[in-house]
Design a protein around this ligand. Structure first.
Ligand code: OAD
Length: 239
């Protein structure tokens, strides 16, 4: 059961906020069929991230690295955004929210129509050379081809041990520091530095997540539930 009193409170906050920023994680996409990382069905419960999602894996264990990302890329082929993604796009269009910052690399926010999306962990839908950084085709990556410079091809995502892309990071920080309201959806907030972003705002903070853990501590409002279902409930209050 979604707490209707909390939904009403959030409705009021959304109406009065001049700048609202959304921050999403893998839990935003699970209702579209994309697994998250740390739930019982998440990637990191069956695969060791050190073996597949690090610079070390890319440079020294490429077949394992390649298998992991090919699996994730192929799994995205029949995936579409859900109503929650569409609501966020609609809210941006209606001026209810300003922008979305996401740790997700699946591109579902943009596919749903969100325009101002800061991809803090990059995009799995773009391929580039690890050495010369030149972009390449998805086919070339899936066929395990090399770049013309001889470098290894990789998705344009952030691996453990790499810096976040500076432009989306700086922009997300800028927007959050000026926000009246930051709504965090579907993330365990386990991963640095994105987990530092909510505390950068002087505005109100809201945490919407399926599992409410210690990571919910410090938020002004905590709403337990599934991202899509909660967003549908909130959107209904605007009708
Ligand atoms: P996690 O898997 O750590 O957390 C996802 C959170 O979403 C969990 O707390 C779930 O309980 C919750 N959740 C799952 N389904 C949900 C739903 N339908 N509605 C609401 N909540 C739901 O994923 P992230 O926090 O996004 O980075 O992980 C952050 C980063 O860790 C990822 O970007 C990735 C990973 O390692 C890299 O690979 C660099």
């Amino acid at each position: 059961m979604i707490d209707s009193a909390k939904v009403s409170t959030l409705h009021e906050w959304l109406k009065t906020s001049k700048q609202t920023v959304i921050l999403t994680g893998a839990g935003m996409s699970t209702e579209s069929g994309v697994p998250d990382f740390r739930s019982s069905t998440g990637w990191w419960t069956k695969t060791d991230p050190q073996k597949v999602a690090t610079v070390e894996a890319l440079e020294h264990h490429y077949p394992l690295f390649h298998e992991f990302y090919s699996l994730r890329i192929n799994a995205l082929k029949n995936i579409v955004p859900h109503e929650g993604h569409e609501i966020l796009a609609l809210w941006e269009n209606q001026g209810i929210i300003r922008s979305v910052a996401t740790q997700n690399v699946d591109g579902l926010h943009q596919q749903a129509g969100s325009k101002d999306v800061k991809e803090l962990h990059g995009s799995i839908r773009k391929i580039r050379c690890h050495s010369c950084k030149k972009f390449a085709s998805m086919e070339a990556f899936l066929n395990m081809e090399k770049c013309e410079c001889g470098g290894k091809l990789r998705p344009n995502v952030v691996l453990f041990g790499e810096m976040l892309p500076q432009e989306p990071w700086i922009n997300a920080m800028y927007n959050i520091q000026r926000a009246d309201l930051v709504i965090v959806i579907g993330t365990s907030l386990e991963v640095y530095p994105v987990n530092q972003l909510p505390s950068e705002t002087k505005g109100k903070t809201v945490y919407i997540n399926l599992d409410i853990s210690n990571n919910a501590i410090g938020f002004d409002l905590v709403l337990q539930g599934k991202a899509k279902e909660v967003l549908v409930e909130i959107n209904n209050t605007f009708k």
